[in-house]
Design a protein around this ligand. Structure first.
Ligand code: HEC
Ligand code: HEC
Ligand code: HEC
Ligand code: HEC
Ligand code: HEC
Ligand code: HEC
Length: 252
């Protein structure tokens, strides 16, 4: 019985049925860039086959904690980072509410790969913690971006009187770091990778990430690190063995 319920819950229904009961959100959302890129309500709220019958509540991302909440946007907006599927898992198995890192581990370098790790590299986020996240500035249902209101929820008008368009001066790069103008940290190019979050750890995954990084850069240090990590794995699966074969071919 439980199995039936779970299976039914996993079914997606698309955006059409939502219009009947969520008229405004549906109408606004249809005009956004994400909608035209075929991002559906259920990509952020979870499968809705039971919800539309009135028998289930959906995920509201804002109500999730830390990494599970950030995963809702991170499942798509971390693609420029290096991502490695865990054994027997793939990205398409992820559902909002879970931690994406349990399906696919993400590794980043010092230079931000996009909005998600860029924001994470900001002092605001590091000091204020999880209060600052994607939806602080982006209303995804309308496609509107209002950074100033978010800035002012933490910073007072006294701290800076240089004008209302905070993002123009403090977020000049597309990578989403909030900076002190003129003191933008030079994005250091390092060969080293680190797990995007605590959930993204794993020796096998890190080793495979270095192998992928090496394939992109041909940096011998990444190659050596990949070989070192992958050789240390007691029971190498097919992905590990394939990667080692490829790495060794380049070692000659
Ligand atoms: C890109 C992710 C994303 C997509 C796509 C999305 N939503 Fe949301 N939705 C959110 C977030 C984030 C919140 C929480 C907003 C907040 O609390 O500020 C939310 C909140 C809601 C809520 C509850 C709170 C409210 O505002 O009434 C409803 C209902 C809702 N969404 C319906 C929809 C429907 C219907 C669609 C498709 C037409 C949709 N959403 C598409 C992310 C998304
Ligand atoms: C038959 C009407 C109906 C349909 C169809 C419907 N919803 Fe809802 N939805 C509701 C009602 C009513 C609530 C408020 C529930 C409450 O507050 O108890 C709600 C609440 C929500 C919430 C807030 C979280 C929750 O479950 O309370 C989200 C998110 C949401 N709907 C998204 C969607 C999406 C996405 C679709 C389309 C796939 C959809 N809804 C289709 C009636 C509907
Ligand atoms: C299923 C994949 C997916 C999910 C989930 C997703 N996005 Fe997107 N998003 C896209 C794609 C695809 C685009 C359009 C191409 C691009 O800019 O990368 C986009 C564009 C955007 C844009 C620029 C266009 C606009 O509408 O302003 C913003 C901002 C954005 N997303 C924020 C978010 C936030 C915040 C979340 C989480 C609440 C989220 N996205 C979740 C795939 C996704
Ligand atoms: C402090 C405010 C703020 C936060 C927090 C924020 N953004 Fe943005 N975002 C912006 C601004 C400002 C722009 C530029 C908007 C414009 O030019 O209209 C932008 C643009 C974007 C774009 C389109 C341009 C691009 O870089 O491709 C995407 C996608 C995006 N944001 C995703 C995200 C995601 C995902 C998160 C959460 C990790 C996030 N943003 C958090 C302010 C913010
Ligand atoms: C959730 C709260 C929060 C939000 C939202 C927020 N900040 Fe911050 N910000 C902080 C905290 C906390 C610090 C660290 C203060 C300290 O160390 O004394 C900080 C630091 C800063 C600094 C100094 C950075 C540095 O490297 O020294 C600047 C500039 C700044 N914020 C501007 C902004 C701007 C502009 C926005 C909006 C785009 C914003 N903040 C959004 C909490 C926030
Ligand atoms: C015209 C460009 C510009 C605009 C617009 C702007 N700022 Fe600034 N902001 C600066 C500069 C320049 C500094 C000084 C950096 C330094 O001390 O090295 C600064 C400093 C700050 C600081 C750090 C204060 C301190 O001494 O720790 C905060 C916080 C801040 N701004 C927030 C904001 C907020 C919030 C907004 C929007 C309401 C905003 N700024 C609009 C250029 C700007």
């Amino acid at each position: 019985m439980l199995w039936f319920l779970l299976a039914a819950q996993l079914a997606t229904v698309g955006n059409q049925p939502c219009q009947e009961c969520h008229r405004n959100i549906s109408r606004n959302y249809a005009k956004t860039e994400m909608a035209s890129n075929r991002v559906n309500c259920e990509d952020c709220h979870g499968p809705a086959s039971l919800h539309i019958q009135g028998s289930d509540r959906l995920i509201v991302p804002t109500a999730l904690e830390g990494s599970a909440r950030d995963s809702v946007c991170g499942q798509c907006h971390l693609k420029d980072a290096i991502q490695v599927a865990r054994v027997g898992r793939k990205a398409s198995q992820y559902r909002p509410g879970a931690e994406f890192g349990r399906y696919v581990a993400t590794f980043v370098s010092a230079k931000p790969a996009g909005p998600v790790d860029g924001l994470q590299a900001s002092k605001c986020r590091q000091k204020a913690g999880a209060d600052l996240w994607c939806a602080s500035c982006h209303d995804v249902h309308t496609g509107k971006t209002e950074p100033a209101a978010a800035c002012q929820s933490c910073h007072t008008a006294q701290q800076c009187k240089r004008g209302p368009d905070c993002a123009r001066c403090h977020m000049p790069q597309a990578d989403h770091r909030i900076i002190r103008p003129g003191r933008a940290p030079v994005a250091s190019t390092t060969w080293q990778l680190r797990p995007f979050s605590a959930v993204d750890r794993g020796t096998r995954e890190l080793g495979l990430a270095y192998a992928e990084a090496f394939a992109r850069t041909r940096d011998a240090r990444q190659q050596a690190e990949a070989v070192r990590l992958l050789r240390g794995i007691a029971k190498p699966d097919i992905a590990v063995r394939t990667a080692l074969t490829k790495l060794k071919a380049f070692q000659k």
